[in-house]
Ligand binder design. Structure first.
Ligand SMILES: Nc1ncnc2c1ncn2[C@@H]1O[C@H](COP(=O)(O)OP(=O)(O)OP(=O)(O)O)[C@@H](O)[C@H]1O
Ligand SMILES: [K+]
Ligand SMILES: [Mg+2]
Length: 678
């Protein structure tokens, strides 16, 4: 983490020099036209320079106006350059992880290996990687399990476990295998790896304006056009009262009125948002994704692993009346011998601790767990001691259906047992042998620290949280209450997540969700904000529009806050920029009409020393407010969790009223300084 936070903290001397240089490079017309507002200022600079050169008269004033206008454009360019430079610092650390590697590529039958350059690997190729070797390309583990150090990419040095056939099978090129040996199926085209794409994004090579940003740019352009028309027609109306207006003053008036502050800071705000997400170790595939996160109304969260720690561990066996404790214990063990889930492994562990000495069958049919069936188990063959048997374990309703399908029935005692376990927030797994229910396994899980506070923060911001779980309603209710979510859906299968997202969206709401599994991919793609876990499957990472490098599902909460902050920052600075106009009117209008209409002097409420000084002071303020606000644009406006409406009210007060008052003071001070100096 250290490496990345220092890159965000600010620019070093070299970075600063580069940003200053870049401010001049950005004077090129090709760059200038991207912001209509700054283009007008640049045009004004050229025009006032030409007037100064060719129209005899007040040369000193002309030079001053031209220089200040040029500096205004440079300041705006500088704001963008600083934001970009910070992104480049982050890209450099990502790039360090992408090195030229040698891969041990397997042939099609997976027997022989040849050494090839990692850059030649294509999707579908299989490579073998052993302990202490670097993973040559992005892909998914198809064989084996290994601990991996992903610090080169995530900055997080704690090793992570990645395993074939699970939702934690994804690996990134450039990270290091610490133990064991794995076979990886490459998923990325050369040059299009996860890192390649992220570097391009961070550098802003293909930064696209977000819809909000485009809408605001259009609005600002329309305002600029209006002011342009007003100022251009002013001499005509002034003619009626016999006033002749100085073209230099008209240019100054125009530049002061158009929203240069927000126009200059807009790109920096956009870039900074993505950088803030990256500082939280979240790679957003677009700036749009970050912003949409700031607008979401509903957060859909998994229970297991997101709200709870997720390593559900078997803690007790509860046999039904008349069932021997050892019988339940042994059945639970047999049904879990080949169950690779954390739940399955913990059942084996608990049963062994309780001295189960069941033999491992030499051959048996294992039924793997799926979120669809919510059941797993084993079919034992004739020759196993005790004869052929079918053992199943799973959710109460799944096992209920199973025994009923075999002609059995669910006795009330079972429901009482299930309830007893579920009410405490634990997950009851029911074990059945054939059509007889043996009892209940208690799987305990713990709610993560601090989630309750985060949900409360989100609620204060008007975001509703919905927990969606495959677990039974009672466990769901217990955990929902403990975690403080607004709503929950129990006994949900993967497609239910998708259905719920669609339903929320149909109601006009924006939905965010987290996921890691292949079966989460449709929901991740459907959600407006899909945060995929870095540890997750390739399908999930492709489908989502953000990836959390730390694989912490609770990160979604942080992402929402980053997005909110981005929207609020833009809104606050726009308000401030527009509010500034009021005071500039009072500075420039009296100056403009000073000669023709002496009564206008009454408007000179700031008692500025002279008409020219008034204009210069307004222009200088207009220019220096841009760099003054760069830190705020980059860091984001501080905000407390509150609903959009109350935030708007507060920001109108701070940035609106502040935006009106501050320039009065500042312009007056600059005027006094001008008098003192000249
Ligand atoms: N290894 C397993 N064998 C049999 N049944 C299981 C196993 N693991 C979980 N189950 C049952 O299947 C249900 C659904 O599990 P699933 O993992 O889909 O959802 P979940 O983990 O409970 O919820 P979430 O969606 O929040 O992760 C569980 O509540 C449990 O009753
Ligand atoms: K302005
Ligand atoms: Mg699950």
């Amino acid at each position: 983490m250290q490496r990345r936070t220092t890159a965000v903290a600010g620019l070093d001397a070299a970075g600063l020099r580069a940003a200053i240089l870049e401010s001049f490079v950005k004077l090129s017309p090709r760059h200038a036209v991207r912001s209509p507002i700054m283009a007008i200022v640049l045009l004004g600079t050229v025009l006032s320079a030409l007037i100064t050169i060719f129209v005899p008269g007040n040369t000193g004033f002309g030079i001053a106006v031209s220089v200040i206008l040029l500096i205004t454009v440079l300041f705006a360019n500088f704001a963008e350059a600083v934001a970009e430079a910070r992104g480049r610092g982050q890209a450099a650390s990502l790039r360090a992880a992408r090195r030229d590697l040698v891969a041990r590529k397997l042939d099609t039958i997976g027997k022989n290996e040849t050494r090839v350059a990692a850059s030649t690997l294509k999707p579908g190729d299989r490579v073998i990687v052993s302990a202490n070797e670097l993973i040559p390309a992005d892909g998914e583990i198809v064989k084996g399990v290994a601990t991996i150090n992903e610090s080169a990419v995530t900055g997080e040095s704690a090793p992570v476990l990645r395993e074939a056939g699970t939702d934690r099978s994804g690996v990134i090129g450039g990270t290091k295998v610490l133990s064991d040996e794995i076979v990886i199926e490459v998923s990325a085209e050369p040059g299009h790896s996860f890192l390649d794409r992220m570097i391009a994004l961070v550098e802003g090579a293909n930064r696209q304006k977000t819809p909000n940003e485009i809408a605001l740019t259009m609005l600002l352009a329309a305002m600029t056009l209006t002011f342009l028309i007003v100022v251009a027609t002013l001499p005509f109306f002034a003619g009626f009262v016999g006033a002749k207006l100085d073209p230099l003053l008209l240019i100054a008036l125009l530049v002061c009125l158009i929203p240069t502050t927000i126009g200059g800071l807009l790109p920096a705000i956009g870039i900074a948002g993505m950088n803030r997400a990256l500082s939280a170790n979240v790679l957003a595939k677009s700036g749009k994704a970050v912003e949409v996160a700031g607008d979401v109304d509903v957060l859909l969260l998994d229970k297991t692993g997101t709200i709870t720690f997720g390593d559900r561990q078997a803690t007790a066996f509860h046999p039904l009346a008349g069932v021997d404790r050892a019988q339940l214990r042994d059945a639970a063990l047999l049904s879990s011998l080949a169950d690779p889930t954390p739940e399955g492994k913990s059942i084996v562990r608990l049963a062994r601790e309780l001295h189960s000495n069941s033999l491992e069958p030499e051959r048996a049919d294992y039924i793997q767990f799926s979120a669809q069936t919510r059941m797993s188990g084993v079919d034992l063959p004739e020759d196993y001691p005790g004869g052929a048997r079918s053992i199943r374990k799973g959710s109460g309703d799944a096992i209920g259906n199973y025994v009923r399908s075999l002609g059995g029935e669910v006795i009330p005692e079972l429901n009482a047992r299930i309830e007893q376990v579920a009410r405490s927030g634990a997950t009851p797994l029911v074990v059945a042998e054939g059509r007889y229910v043996l009892g209940v396994i208690e799987l305990s899980d713990v709610v993560k620290h601090g989630v309750k506070e985060r949900f409360a923060r989100l609620r204060a911001m008007g975001v509703r949280t919905v927990m969606i779980t495959g677990d039974n309603p009672l466990t769901a209710a217990a955990i929902a209450a403990e975690a403080g979510v607004d709503d929950y859906i129990a006994e949900a299968r993967p497609e239910d997540k998708l259905a719920r997202i669609r339903a929320e969206q149909a109601g006009g709401r924006l939905v965010a969700m987290v996921g890691d599994g292949t079966n989460d991919a449709p929901a991740l793609a459907q959600a407006d904000v899909g945060l995929a876990m870095n540890s997750g499957t390739q399908a999930a990472k492709e489908a989502g529009n953000m990836v959390d490098l730390d694989s912490d599902p609770a990160k979604l909460l942080a992402v929402v806050e980053v997005g909110k902050q981005q929207l609020i920052t833009r809104g606050a600075l726009t308000t401030f920029s527009l509010a500034n106009d009021v005071s500039k009117y009072f500075a420039i209008l009296p100056a403009l009409f000073a000669a023709a209409i002496p009564q206008m002097a009454a408007l000179n409420v700031m008692h500025l020393s002279s008409p020219t000084n008034a204009v210069l002071a307004a222009l200088i303020f207009n220019a220096i407010i841009i760099p003054a606000l760069i830190p705020l644009a980059l860091a984001g406006v501080r905000f407390k969790p509150a609903t959009a409406v109350s935030l708007l009210r507060r920001n109108m007060l701070v940035y609106g009223v502040g935006g009106v008052l501050l320039p009065f003071v500042a312009i007056k001070l600059i005027d006094m300084a001008l008098v003192a100096i000249f």
